[in-house]
Ligand binder design. Structure first.
Ligand code: GLP
Length: 273
């Protein structure tokens, strides 16, 4: 696991945007896994800026979002589809029809919708770079505590804490559905590389469990310890409870030394994941 501790959310966004840029220059037809929430907002703004200035382009790529509320119409301002349009898709150049969310309308069979989503990801060749946020309770996507660590895309019941955290992300008032569709933990783990962003002291406990805790369904993000290519970018506040903080800083220092001596960026992929 590559653990990067940065001063603030802007630095976090800058690092993440650089990773997206490298991904697109290595593989213009990359398949991205995208996230919602507050954590990716500054990143999405930077990506929009880089597309506007032609530093990067999503024109050959496609995307799959982690999750979506069950039964919300795509144009409902509370839906994650609306969030993604507003915060990213309307400002970048994904081809039309190439941005997917695990949508499931009221009355539609969630099991069928879930299976179709998994099939679609597989047909696209699998996710190259998966972006993740982190719930205060350790969830990734909407995989709440007690989620099977081997789960695939499915419908989940959201905890009151998760509903409260999501209320207010969209400008439209109104209760959120207590059910949501989410990629499963195994679906997320299939991604070739994972980039997790977390900011603020309210994430500190979840970050500690993710990085230094035991792997367990109580803290679903802890499964990321089993993935060979994970970068965790956190601000100082979110890193506040890490016991080995100094060591993670030392590792990054050594990476910079290696990068300088090699004359190229020594990435997490090649390092001690
Ligand atoms: C929601 C999303 C998650 C996201 C989490 C963190 O619950 N379903 O995918 O990781 O929020 O959100 P934030 O970045 O706002 O803390």
């Amino acid at each position: 696991m590559d653990i990067l501790i940065v001063e603030n959310s802007q630095q976090l966004a800058t690092l993440a945007a650089r990773r997206f840029q490298r991904q697109l220059s290595d593989k213009p037809d990359s398949v991205f896994g995208l996230a919602t929430g507050r954590s990716p907002l500054a990143l999405y703004e930077l990506l929009a800026e880089k597309v506007r200035t032609k530093e990067m382009s999503f024109s050959d790529s496609c995307s799959f979002n982690l999750d979506e509320f069950y039964g919300l119409e795509p144009d409902d301002q509370r839906s994650y589809r609306s969030y993604m349009q507003r915060e990213l898709f309307d400002h970048v150049d994904f081809p039309a029809g190439k941005t997917f969310l695990p949508e499931c309308a009221l009355g539609e069979d969630p099991a069928c919708a879930a299976k179709n989503y998994e099939d679609r990801i597989r047909k696209a060749g699998g996710i190259d770079l998966q972006l993740l946020g982190l719930g205060q309770n350790g969830h990734i996507g909407f995989n709440e505590p007690s989620s099977s660590l081997g789960s695939r895309t499915r419908i989940k019941t959201l905890t009151p804490q998760t509903l409260a955290a999501n209320q207010g992300i969209s400008s439209q008032a109104g209760a959120l559905p207590e059910l949501a569709m989410t990629m499963g933990i195994a679906t997320i783990m299939d991604a070739k590389e994972i980039l997790l962003l977390a900011c603020g002291s309210n994430k500190a406990r979840a970050v500690r469990e993710l990085v230094e805790g035991c792997i367990c369904a109580r803290w679903p993000a802890s499964i990321l310890q089993m993935h060979a290519r994970v970068s965790v970018i956190v601000d100082e506040a979110a890193a506040g409870l890490l016991e080995m903080r100094e060591y993670y800083v030392q590792v990054q220092r050594q990476k910079r030394v290696l990068s300088e001596s090699l004359g190229r960026e020594f990435t997490s992929l090649e390092a001690e994941s």
